[in-house]
Design a binder for this molecule. Structure first.
Ligand code: NAD
Ligand code: TYD
Length: 363
């Protein structure tokens, strides 16, 4: 019998590891039981949730390989000692919601641009230590970016070398962050890779986003605020596949390269909502057509051949993933009800009260 293979990066620093995709990455990695140690650095903003790591923390073998640090990626005094202990840094930390970036852009610049800068500077310092023989190798840096940096793609698919044309404060900040990463590869020779994932869905997704918002509202027979005509198109990627693809790029990606991570499941928002209601046994009459998001990107779609050539394949069919997600929310009400309180109520009012008051039948 052979044991698990020694991982290429036995000590990982995972920033934003208490969020949706980051926590999936951490849970999946620890569950491999290959000896990997993970330090999670997370500010625990409204989107961060220690409960997302509970399954690992309650397993003694996994818990012994997990360290949690509450802190800000934009704080060099917190970041430097953690990067000094890491063989690789995977940066999930971000302000991640387009609608909040429209209400309040500044936090996006602080975390998604300046935070990335602080992480890169810490990696550069470690690279200098490696050059002096003070550590074995410089850390590898993986920046988790998004298809939204390409802007709205009316037809065809985005390739990694296409122009970046972000259109929201969120996507502009993410573009800034990943361009900094690129500059550190070119200028300082940092071992860095970038991934651009598509719209991700699955368990532990904060209920501010389309799929979990509509599932949880529908469970409570609350209205579902569909922006504009609801014919905007997104390419849906299951969270376990997104986290797995990031791990694959971390292990096999070429330094300085960017990799699209498409889901291969392009759907109009209306189609997704109809399927969710079907799975929940709830009526379409819950759906309300509301004022559109300003600057709303009509469509995202990416080419995935570079990632495929690296040997990655997604595993979750959309129908199955959506059904599993609906089931998870129906079985984990305590998780999302705790989030849909406090700060949430103020956000929901700001984002939706006027929209719902002026809403109409969604046809
Ligand atoms: P999320 O909002 O669920 O999680 C973000 C995490 O980062 C939270 O735990 C939060 O507390 C933490 N965080 C925020 N600011 C921080 C700071 N300054 N310092 C330390 N921690 C901080 O986001 P997500 O959906 O899991 O997305 C993770 C990453 O993937 C982001 O970089 C996002 O841009 C990218 N991405 C997301 C999607 C998607 O559909 N969700 C798609 C493509 C790319
Ligand atoms: P979202 O989950 O916010 O992801 P992104 O904006 O990053 O694609 O939104 C997905 C799609 O759903 C997008 O076209 C906006 C739309 N949407 C609504 O129609 N109503 C809502 O309440 C939300 C949150 C999103």
């Amino acid at each position: 019998m052979t044991g698990p293979r020694t991982p290429r990066f036995p000590r990982l620093l995972v920033t934003g590891g208490a969020g949706f995709i980051g926590s999936c990455f951490v849970r999946d990695r620890l569950a491999r039981r290959d000896g990997t140690h993970i330090a999670v650095l997370d500010k625990l903003t409204y989107a961060g949730n220690r409960a997302n790591l509970a399954s690992a923390e309650s397993d003694p073998e996994q818990a012994a390989r997990l360290e949690f640090v509450q802190g800000d990626i934009a704080d060099p005094t917190v970041v430097a000692p953690l990067v000094a202990e890491a063989d690789a840094v995977v940066n999930f930390a971000a302000e991640s919601h387009v609608d909040r970036s429209i209400l309040d852009p500044e936090a996006f610049l602080r975390t998604d641009v300046l935070g990335v800068h602080v992480l890169l500077e810490a990696c550069r310092a470690e690279q200098e230590r490696a050059a002096k023989g003070e550590r074995a190798a410089a850390p590898r840096f993986l920046q988790v970016s998004t298809d939204e940096v390409y802007g709205s793609v009316e037809s065809g698919v985005s390739h990694e070398d296409d122009r970046l044309e972000p259109r929201s404060p969120y996507s502009a900040a993410k573009a800034g962050g990943e361009l900094l990463v690129r500059s550190y590869f070119v200028t300082y020779g940092l071992d860095a890779v970038v991934t651009r994932g598509s719209n991700t869905y699955g368990p532990y997704h904060h209920p501010e986003k389309l799929i979990p918002l509509f599932i949880t509202n529908a469970i409570d027979d609350q209205q579902l605020p569909l922006y504009g005509d609801g014919l905007q198109r997104r390419d849906w990627l299951y969270v376990g596949d997104h986290a797995g693809a990031i791990g694959h790029v971390l292990a096999h990606g070429r330094a300085g390269e960017t990799y699209n991570i498409p889901g291969g499941n392009e759907r109009a928002n209306r189609e997704v909502v109809a399927r969710l209601l079907e799975l929940l046994g709830k009526p379409w009459s819950l759906v309300r057509q509301v004022e559109d998001r300003p600057g709303h990107d009509r469509r995202y779609a990416m080419d995935g051949s570079r990632l495929a050539a690296l040997g990655w394949r997604n595993g979750m069919p959309f129908e199955e993933g959506l059904a599993a997600t609906v089931q998870w929310y129906t079985h984990n009400e305590a998780w999302w009800r705790a989030i849909k309180s406090g700060e949430w109520e103020d956000y929901y009012r700001r984002q939706y009260a006027a929209r719902l008051a002026g809403s109409r039948d969604a046809g």
